[in-house]
Ligand binder design. Structure first.
Ligand code: A1D88
Ligand code: NDP
Length: 428
């Protein structure tokens, strides 16, 4: 029998109302007129503690291929920080809506389905991946949906994310929820896990292979903690980078072969102009970092892949330490976008620079299956109540969050619940 087989939907009585309090359950499948959400508006772009405000708005209307999901818990991601700040772009310049509900990860219950939806029914327990597209072009039909001109991230480039009681998603965004996890654990992982999956395994012929070495920046973070675990599932060796010794044990416990503290080196930021004394100093220090990697991989063994996302601070070093013919794969520029590198190493050592962005359904589903099969730890670091959604984003913005991935409760009344029955019982 499959590990995760959904049983019958719980029966319960509840009144029909136009608006429910957070954690209060409407009757199964009953859609109220309005809902609570955390809203960003253009005029208050700034840090999350001011840009996110609680509001009551209309529940979104369903299109024929869409599904309305009652959000039990939501995941905290860096794109909520970017959306709140309106940096590097304002989400309002992308979707043009009046308000923006951030949140690109959720676990929840299918509450209503459009009339063309065949694969899901009311009561199904799901997690949501954040890639949307219109599905009608060549890339969506035989190519790579992540290259579609209509590709967009739900809850970042669409106005209707998961920091709300209900969210409206495309049917293809749904995946079965790992039923051994709590609502909050199942809400915390999909965005970063699927992104890490595509980065490591989605760029042929540089898919990470058994026995290979990969350097993982921010190894205790959302992306990094899954990159380490995914490298293990492939039989590869992950070398994790941290900035604080308190994170070392966590990264080793995820299965890293070794850990390096970036605070022990001084080669961060943009590359100094080549052939200046500053460059020589930088190169000496960057090679010291390279030797720290060799202490883990073996003398002279450079990494096959670098898993990049800090960007400006680390890119010159990433491109130096990756092996001849190896790949630096990058999905973000948290420390800055003006990345620099010494191009001589690029052509003479025939290295590959590869951009990567989230994942398509097949990649997200493959990653989710590993979670369903209990081969990955969701690494949920902290779970916050609904009221503390801005606070959780402030922690992330300041790099003060604990190792792993953060979650917030939405309709789940408390932590530790694994089913709708659990939630109803806890509410009683
Ligand atoms: C899953 C989670 C993911 C994450 O968390 S990711 C992190 C958060 N996300 C971000 O930080 C995303 C940030 N996005 C951006 O900063 C911007 O999104 C980009 C910089 C990626 C692109 O912005 P722009 O340049 O404004 O968009 P354009 O569509 O590339 O170009 C718009 C204008 O440029 C013209 N143009 C495009 N290509 C060319 C060309 N080759 N030659 C001349 N013009 C060109 C177009 O026509 C159009 O112009 P016209 O606005 O006037 O219509
Ligand atoms: N394009 C895409 O599809 C996706 C992009 N992203 C982006 O990736 C980035 C990281 O996301 P996520 O992993 O969830 O975030 P986290 O904050 O959970 O982890 C990032 C880690 O990066 C490290 N870091 C921070 N600043 C620096 C620096 N200056 N130099 C080196 N390392 C640094 C920190 O670890 P330490 O201090 O210990 O080194 C931190 O833990 C964000 O910008 C996010 O928007 C995320 C998911 C998908």
């Amino acid at each position: 029998m499959a590990l995760d087989t959904q049983t019958d939907v719980a029966q319960y009585d509840a009144p029909e109302k136009d608006l429910y309090e957070i954690g209060e359950m409407p009757p199964m499948g009953y859609v109220p007129k309005q809902m609570y959400c955390w809203c960003i508006r253009r005029e208050r772009h700034g840090d999350p503690d001011t840009s996110f405000q609680q509001e009551v708005v209309d529940v979104p209307q369903l299109d024929s291929h869409e599904v309305l999901v009652l959000v039990m818990a939501a995941g905290v991601n860096y794109n909520g920080v970017w959306a709140g700040k309106g940096v590097p772009i304002s989400p309002f310049d992308v979707h043009g809506a009046e308000f923006h509900i951030a949140g690109s990860d959720a676990s929840g219950i299918v509450w209503a389905v459009g009339d063309k939806v065949k694969r899901w029914k009311v009561g199904d327990e799901v997690v949501i991946h954040c890639n949307q597209d219109d599905g009608d072009d060549e890339e969506c039909n035989g190519g790579d949906p992540m290259l579609s001109p209509s590709q967009r991230i739900w809850g970042y480039e669409t106005p209707d994310g998961s920091f709300a009681q209900f969210t409206n998603v495309q049917a293809q965004q749904l995946m079965p929820r790992p039923r051994h996890l709590t609502w909050e654990e199942s809400a915390c992982y999909t965005l970063t896990l699927a992104t890490a999956y595509r980065m490591l395994f989605g760029h042929h012929p540089h898919e990470l292979k058994p026995g290979q070495n990969v350097l993982v920046w921010g190894a205790s973070g959302g992306l990094g903690s899954y990159a380490i675990q995914l490298a293990n599932t492939a039989g590869a060796n992950a070398i994790g980078v941290i900035s604080d010794e308190s994170k070392r044990d966590f990264v080793m416990s995820m299965g890293a072969k070794g850990v390096i503290n970036r605070k022990d080196f001084k080669c961060w930021g943009q590359l100094p102009t080549v052939n200046t004394p500053e460059y020589s100093e930088w190169l000496k220090e960057a090679r010291k970092f390279g030797k720290a990697i060799w202490e883990i991989t073996g003398k002279g063994v450079n990494v096959d892949m670098v898993f990049e996302h800090p960007g400006e601070a680390t890119f010159p070093v990433s491109t130096l330490v990756v092996k001849k013919g190896g790949m630096v794969v990058i999905c973000a520029g948290t420390s800055g976008y003006n990345t620099t590198f010494d191009v001589r190493y690029m052509w003479m050592h025939q290295k590959r620079l590869q951009g990567s962005h989230f994942a398509h359904l097949k990649q997200a589903a493959a990653a989710n299956q590993l979670m369903v099969e209990r081969r990955l730890d969701p690494c949920m670091s902290e779970v916050f109540p609904w009221e503390e959604i801005p606070h959780a984003h402030m922690k992330m913005m300041r790099n003060e969050h604990k190792p792993g991935n953060m979650s917030v409760l939405v309709q789940a009344p408390t932590t530790g619940l694994r089913t709708l029955e659990d939630a109803l019982e806890a509410k009683r």
